[in-house]
Design a protein around this ligand. Structure first.
Ligand SMILES: [Zn+2]
Length: 300
């Protein structure tokens, strides 16, 4: 594949009608393959946006989107899940993220962030506000802030949204999450370790294989054969394409998925089908956002 191939894919995506969506993704947690998914729907399930207030590095200072959005469009990525940067006040960061998502709700999907310790006792109301009023669609949690808690998992269960939890290599907790919350979908980014911890990533594949509600994203994963092993052992329905933009280049990360050489239906799952299946609110946003355009098209 020539590099130029990554640049010619047009940014064109039309959401299916509401009825088609609901028929395709009935129940929201099915792990069956979805061969009818529109092949052109590429969703980046992991990108950061907004300002942080930590000033220790890009991850807690600023995640500017302009370059990312241009690069993603050129790569044919139709939609993107946005996550806040690290922040000392996630209620505020979530409101800021909701404003970014509201600028282009057809293209942008937001996950709300909480700090499992600092926000304890108010996790559910914080998330309910971010999701039901702010229009966000999932939960992001980072081990660097604090270990995941029952309170966060209970909130995910109550709100019917997935949890993207960066375990920073501590993958054993996945056994507990899968066992105690089989009805909550978890996404473990970076195949368990942004730091290329081979032991952690290998161990995560075992969890992916055994637990129906545990998924991984591909963002920043450098050991290609581990990605290949993950998809072969756990199945394409457990792996989500993510870039970790704006800091990593979305076309480069997308090319890794192409190099897996999956059958088109399997590749479509990795490139967006899985995210839509486990994120009911991302489907609603697309359908709701599509409606005014469809009406406008009829009026023209
Ligand atoms: Zn990230």
């Amino acid at each position: 594949m020539k590099c130029a191939d990554l640049e010619v894919a047009p940014f064109a995506w039309a959401p299916p009608a509401a009825a088609e969506f609901e028929a395709e993704f009935e129940g929201g947690r099915s792990t069956r393959t979805l061969p009818t998914l529109t092949p052109a729907t590429i969703i980046d399930s992991h990108c950061h946006a907004g300002l942080g207030d930590g000033f220790t590095g890009p991850w807690d200072t600023a995640a500017p989107l302009a370059d990312y959005l241009r690069r993603a469009a050129r790569a044919g990525i139709a939609r993107t899940v946005l996550l806040p940067a690290f922040h000392s006040d996630y209620a505020r960061a979530n409101r800021a993220l909701a404003r970014i998502v509201a600028r282009d709700p057809r293209r942008l999907i937001g996950f709300a962030m909480v700090h499992a310790q600092r926000d304890r006792g108010r996790v559910l109301p914080m998330l309910r506000s971010a999701i039901e009023q702010g229009g966000l669609a999932g939960i992001k949690l980072h081990r660097h802030d604090a270990p995941i808690t029952r309170e966060v998992c209970d909130a995910a269960r109550a709100l019917g949204v997935p949890v993207l939890y960066d375990v920073t290599g501590e993958v054993s907790v996945v056994e507990l999450l899968a066992d105690q919350y089989p009805d909550v979908n978890f996404i473990i980014p970076h195949l368990g370790s942004f730091a290329d911890d081979w032991r952690a990533q290998l161990a995560l594949i075992d969890h992916l294989e055994r637990h129906p509600n545990v998924h991984a994203d591909t963002s920043g994963v450098r050991r290609f054969d581990l990605l290949l092993q993950a998809v072969r052992r756990a199945g394409a329905h457990k792996i989500l394409f993510g870039s970790d933009g704006p800091w990593l280049h979305p076309a480069l990360e997308l090319h890794k998925i192409r190099l897996l050489g999956l059958a088109p239906a399997q590749e479509a799952l990795v490139l967006g089908g899985n995210l839509l299946r486990i994120t009911p609110r991302a489907r609603l946003t697309a359908v709701a956002a599509a409606a005014p355009d469809a009406a406008a098209a009829r009026d023209r």
